[in-house]
Design a protein around this ligand. Structure first.
Ligand code: GLC
Length: 534
């Protein structure tokens, strides 16, 4: 690892590059077709060479995996498919030895229906104290046959399931993910203990799943279109929870990143006040189309909304829930929207890849921290999963119209000429890999100076060693239409051409990196970005 450079602050998280590992699909160490901690441990040198500062693991706890592990049955046990707690502890320590911090994923809004609390609640029956940990209610209608309210699910369909004993329970996601009642002190206490449990094991941070959903309007009123906020999102009382969490994190020097999907910038920023979460994912940027004006506005709005609370921005192009970047940017509609995902959308992968390369240089040059989702550094496209192999509940709950999220969760290709491309020893991993993925394999890209992997490695190295990156000011430079050009400190300049024509580069001393070849006359082609030292 390169030595820390003077421009980096002690607050590592303010400008970190954080790599998201989806353990089920990263690397299979025991050869059963499912990724695991042994696989991650074996590949830590890869992550160190890539040059990331931290790894965020999507949930690795005991889980029936109805929603990819976001249905947790026990936070203090690693799912046997992934390994053991002792292995997780080793992994955290080994990663730290390579300069890589660990971030775990906590899912406070709901648990698995196999969690002991929910099983006890089912057994104890209506009106029991065990049911008070969740949202159990009698139904409406003459015989209680109608759900207690009309809240829409985050995964389409209903949010209430009726039990044979007549009670209904609330689940904003699948019926296997009952929502916890955050008004109950035991729910708060348990999560505070879980945070300590993981901080004690040396994790540097916690990603908070569905972070704006925990608190519900206690009256559970019907959803009124346009209500702001709706009765199940962003209730004011939620901030009290995060203040108490922050006090715990501060004891350990830990940091939070919240999964906060909120359209209102001011309400979003409230989560980032100095005594709440350190950071939150920038979904406005993730959903933004590849379009000059929209990108520029999103960057400006992001910086403006973070400034008053003095929180660093985060820059995210994709994750385990959304269409992979090279696919999204290769489509007519380059925005991301859960509602409009469809099978068979025409895609130009060469175009998408060119743009994704430029977007990589753009995001890595912006002030703040950057999230990379495993495989993004390989330029993996969204895979078409045969319908009979799809596992994601989002697909089933849409009535089969939404392809779901499995297409971005396909096991990684490590070796071009090995079974399952070196993911494991089995030919067939838990999700099928496309037949033409040898070209994306790590070994093949490592030998190719023009590969996406080579670009990311060089970009991350420069970002670590050249001054001007990370936290700090950004100044826009005057440009022709369709060009994003900004200056950071120490003469660092980033230029991205989103127009239809080549553009001249501003005066500079050195070209640090380009996302693609420049034109023979030295101009910057469409959908290409450069870093300059000016
Ligand atoms: C978050 C996760 C997603 C999961 C959902 C329910 O949005 O990122 O994968 O399905 O929460 O826990």
């Amino acid at each position: 690892m390169a030595a820390p450079t003077p421009h980096r602050t002690d607050d590592w998280w303010r400008d970190a590059v954080i790599y998201q590992v989806y353990p089920r699909s990263f690397a299979d160490g025991d050869g059963d077709g499912t990724g695991d901690l042994a696989g991650v441990r074996a590949r830590l040198p890869y992550l160190a060479e890539l040059g990331v500062d931290a790894v965020w693991f999507t949930p690795w706890y005991l889980s029936p995996l109805v929603d990819g592990g976001y249905d947790v049955a026990d936070y203090r046990t690693i799912d046997p498919a992934f390994g053991t707690l002792a292995e997780a502890e080793k992994l955290i320590a080994e990663a730290r030895g390579l300069g890589i911090r660990t971030i775990v994923d906590i899912v406070p809004n709901h648990v698995s229906d196999q969690h002991p609390w929910f099983r006890a609640a089912l057994a104890a029956g209506p009106g029991s104290p065990e049911r008070e940990l969740f949202h159990f209610r009698p139904g409406r209608g003459e015989n209680g046959e109608l759900p207690p309210n009309d809240w829409p699910s985050q995964f389409s369909g209903t949010t209430w399931t009726r039990l044979p004993d007549g009670d209904w329970y609330l689940h904003l996601f699948t019926p296997e993910q009952p929502d916890l009642n955050w008004a109950h002190p035991a729910v708060r206490q348990e999560h505070e203990d879980v945070l300590r449990f993981w901080f004690e094991r040396g994790v540097a941070g916690v990603r908070i799943d569905s972070a704006a959903l925990l608190v519900k309007d206690p009256a559970l009123p019907d959803f009124v279109e346009g209500a702001d906020p709706p009765p199940f999102i962003d209730q004011d009382e939620i901030h009290d929870i995060y203040r108490s969490w922050r006090a715990i994190a501060d004891e350990y020097g830990g940091v939070f990143v919240g999964e906060v999907w909120l359209p209102d910038a001011e309400r979003f920023a409230r989560y980032l006040r100095p005594d709440e979460l350190h950071t939150a994912f920038n979904f406005t940027f993730l959903t933004c189309p590849w379009e000059h004006g929209r990108l520029r506005r999103t960057i400006d709005d992001t910086l403006a909304e973070h400034a008053p609370v003095e929180a660093p921005a985060t820059w995210v192009l994709c994750n385990h829930d959304v269409t992979r970047t090279v696919t999204r940017y290769g489509r007519a509609d380059t925005a991301f929207d859960f509602a409009s995902k469809r099978f068979g959308t025409p895609t130009d992968l060469d175009l998408g890849t060119r743009r994704a390369r430029a977007a990589a240089l753009l995001t890595l040059a912006l002030p703040g921290s950057v999230y990379l989702y495993q495989g993004e550094e390989l330029g993996l496209p969204e895979a078409d999963i045969p319908r009979d192999r799809i596992q994601d509940p989002m697909h089933f709950r849409s009535g089969g119209t939404d392809p779901g999220r499995d297409g971005c969760r396909v096991p990684l290709p490590w070796q071009a000429d090995a079974p399952s491309y070196g993911f494991g020893t089995q030919a067939e991993p838990w999700l099928p890999q496309p037949a033409d993925w040898a070209r994306y394999a790590v070994d093949r890209q490592s030998d190719d100076p023009d590969s996406m992997l080579a670009l990311y490695r060089r970009a991350l190295l420069l970002r670590r060693t050249e001054p001007g990156f990370g936290d700090g000011p950004l100044t826009w430079l005057p440009t022709e239409d369709g060009i994003l050009a900004f200056r950071r400190t120490h003469g660092l300049v980033c230029v991205v051409n989103l127009s239809d024509a080549p553009t001249a580069l501003p005066a500079h001393k050195r070209l640090l990196l380009a996302s693609g070849p420049l034109d023979p006359d030295g101009t910057l082609p469409t959908d290409t970005a450069v870093w300059l030292s000016a």
